[in-house]
Design a protein around this ligand. Structure first.
Ligand SMILES: [Zn+2]
Ligand SMILES: [Zn+2]
Length: 121
């Protein structure tokens, strides 16, 4: 007599990346060279995705937008305005695209931009 015992354990590691409902992006200004509107600009702070996958400069995990010069960027940063890899042709400067972020489109943060520009000098 024998009793077949098969014990199967399926350890399924489901990692659910929930999108931040607060980071809803609203497009106000038309992007000059943005033909692809389907690029999901999801600002997920502190997640690995921000380091290993292309992300807007404002969502960079290597160079936090709030504490590092905006002109700085990593290999995966892309221009929020041009939708191309950073730096773009208009990356640097006072009105450079490096300052663009999803939040900038909601609020006008010119003061902050000037402040950042002066710090970079
Ligand atoms: Zn980056
Ligand atoms: Zn640009």
């Amino acid at each position: 007599m024998w009793t077949p015992q098969q014990k199967r354990r399926l350890d399924e590691d489901c990692q659910i990346l929930s999108e931040d409902p607060l980071s809803a992006t609203t497009k106000l200004a038309p992007s000059p060279a943005a033909a692809n509107d389907e690029i999901a600009v999801v600002a997920e702070r502190g997640k690995v995705a921000c380091r290993d996958y292309p992300h807007p400069r404002s969502a960079c995990a290597k160079n936090p937008f709030s504490t590092t010069p905006h002109e700085r960027h990593c290999d995966e940063c892309f221009c929020y305005v041009c939708d191309i890899a950073a730096p773009c042709l208009s990356w640097r400067g006072l009105g450079g695209h490096c300052h663009a972020s999803d939040k900038d489109k909601k609020r006008k943060t010119k003061r902050l931009m000037v402040k950042q520009a002066m710090q970079m000098g």
